[in-house]
Write a protein that binds this ligand. Structure first.
Ligand code: ATP
Ligand code: MG
Length: 183
């Protein structure tokens, strides 16, 4: 429900908190679909991926062509093959600081926190900090969080939650991930 004190303009322009979760494919794809739409309206967009992301993806290749899109992946910029959880935590914290900068800047229409739930499950980031940052974000900013197992507190706070449900996935038939489809 919009706050009773909001003007019609504020209600119209209110940013949403969106969560794409569940076991099925389509969480990141859905978030990137919103990015595509926002860019179509010449909005500024930031995507931060909370996964180890050294490999090249179509997502990143496309992002490099877009001047209004800032696209970053956790741990990029240094070689990162360690199995060291302390290093993973540091990388997650750095990515989160960057994300908080995008959120607080007031410059963006849409911020995507891809795979943020992963950092909560691994105790890399405190959920309380995530929740308060999202709650106190600029009013007009839409934030999309993706990842399996979204915490109940996040679901509670969100305006829009979709749970992807796997009906079939080609992986189960032994088919490999495909460029242009999966990455
Ligand atoms: P996508 O990026 O394709 O939208 P996703 O964000 O919903 O997928 P993730 O959990 O982030 O899913 O997993 C990313 C990769 O794992 C993708 O290559 C995707 O095809 C694959 N994947 C997603 N769901 C499944 C599944 N149920 N079984 C096997 N592989 C999956
Ligand atoms: Mg994903």
């Amino acid at each position: 429900m919009p706050e009773p004190t909001m003007t019609p303009k504020e209600v119209k322009e209110k940013g949403l908190l969106v969560v794409y979760t569940g076991e099925g494919k389509g969480k990141t794809t859905a978030a990137l679909g919103m990015v595509y739409r926002a860019l179509g309206w010449n909005k500024k967009v930031a995507v931060i991926q909370f996964i180890k992301g050294k490999w090249i993806t179509g997502d990143r290749k496309f992002a490099a062509t877009q001047s209004r899109l800032s696209f970053s992946t956790m741990g990029e910029g240094f070689t990162w093959e360690s199995q060291d959880l302390a290093i993973d935590k540091k990388a997650a914290e750095a990515a989160w600081e960057k994300a908080k900068g995008f959120i607080a800047s007031g410059e963006y229409f849409l911020v995507v926190l891809d795979e943020l739930t992963y950092t909560v499950h691994h105790h890399f980031l405190p959920l309380s900090d995530i929740l308060s940052t999202l709650k106190n974000r600029p009013q007009e900013l839409t934030v999309v969080v993706t990842g399996r197992g979204a915490p109940p507190e996040l679901i509670e706070m969100a305006d829009l939650v979709t749970e992807m449900k796997k009906v079939k996935h080609p992986f189960d038939a032994g088919l490999p991930a495909k460029p242009g489809v999966d990455f």
